[in-house]
Design a protein around this ligand. Structure first.
Ligand code: ZN
Length: 298
């Protein structure tokens, strides 16, 4: 399996899906400007945009990070057999994601930390799997780290009067609640150091309690940024949000802050939905930023 070496860590992508997104760019992005897309076609085609279909390419993947001390999974895709009848792309999937995790070098028992950047359905699915008709944690030896703000936002028990979003209840119920009930959830507040290499930081906007994970290293390290950016075009147009960003202004502020950090510190950016090769460096250029893709190191 191809991987990236970042500092002392080995990072592998575990794919669930790669293909056309569910929406054309002018619906997907708020503030979309077609001339920005046209100017960048040379590098967007074919891994990030398909002109004939006016379709964005999006990936859904997890990141497996192996450090000296930990084996960590960042984001857990949509999962298998989940009832997501309101969203065909994620409904009742049956993908070989666990086999791909094994090929990446880890069986579920070896994962000791799971971090969901936020609790949207395409980031929590593999938290659990179906065993004898019950949802049980996929990773029996892991601590699952959730932002407390994020958890409390999605936990229906904290919103007893909230009858507006039944989908929220379903996804939380099959992919978060079983982890909490198994005693494997740890809610974190603000910035949270896992150890001296790994730092969780708030990155709100896309959702209220969205967090990112920094892999710290003198030579730049990396930022696993979840859905702070959805598509590499947003490096060139950081003012574009996705239609799914809850707080549009905060999402833009957080995105700029993350891009500035990556450019200044030479930290690689590893989001959850970028097309191949899925990892970028951020260069500061006149008037903004540019994406520079980083091929796997082996
Ligand atoms: Zn997402």
């Amino acid at each position: 399996m191809r991987h990236w070496r970042i500092g002392n860590a080995v990072v592998t992508r575990v794919e669930e899906q790669l293909g056309h997104g569910s929406f054309p760019p002018d619906q997907y992005f708020t503030g979309f400007e077609r001339d920005v897309l046209e100017r960048n076609l040379a590098w967007l085609v074919p891994d990030h945009y398909v002109p004939e279909a006016d379709a964005l390419i999006t990936s859904v993947h997890s990141w497996l990070i192996r450090t000296t001390h930990h084996t960590i999974l960042v984001d857990a895709c949509a999962g298998n057999h989940k009832d997501r009848h309101w969203w065909p792309r994620f409904h009742d999937l049956d993908t070989p994601w666990l086999d791909r995790l094994a090929r990446a070098g880890a069986v579920p028992e070896e994962i000791d930390i799971v971090l969901c950047t936020h609790l949207h359905a395409d980031h929590i699915g593999w938290n659990t799997r179906l065993r004898d008709g019950r949802w049980v944690p996929t990773f029996p030896n892991a601590r699952y780290l959730f932002s407390r703000t994020e958890h409390d936002h999605w936990d229906p028990r904290q919103h007893p009067d909230d009858t507006l979003d039944p989908h929220r209840r379903i996804a939380y119920g099959d992919s978060v609640l079983p982890v909490v009930e198994a005693g494997q959830a740890q809610l974190v507040d603000g910035s949270h150091a896992i150890d001296d290499e790994l730092l969780i930081e708030p990155s709100p906007g896309h959702t209220p309690g969205h967090v990112l994970l920094k892999l710290l290293h003198a030579e730049g390290g990396a930022v696993f940024c979840g859905d702070v950016l959805h598509h590499p075009l947003q490096i060139h147009a950081p003012h574009w949000n996705s239609q799914f960003c809850a707080d549009q202004e905060q999402a833009r502020d957080t995105r700029r802050r993350v891009l500035e950090h990556c450019a200044a510190k030479r930290a690689l950016l590893l989001p959850t939905h970028f097309g191949a090769p899925h990892v970028v460096a951020v260069d500061e250029v006149a008037g903004g930023f540019a994406a520079r893709f980083i091929e796997p190191h082996g």
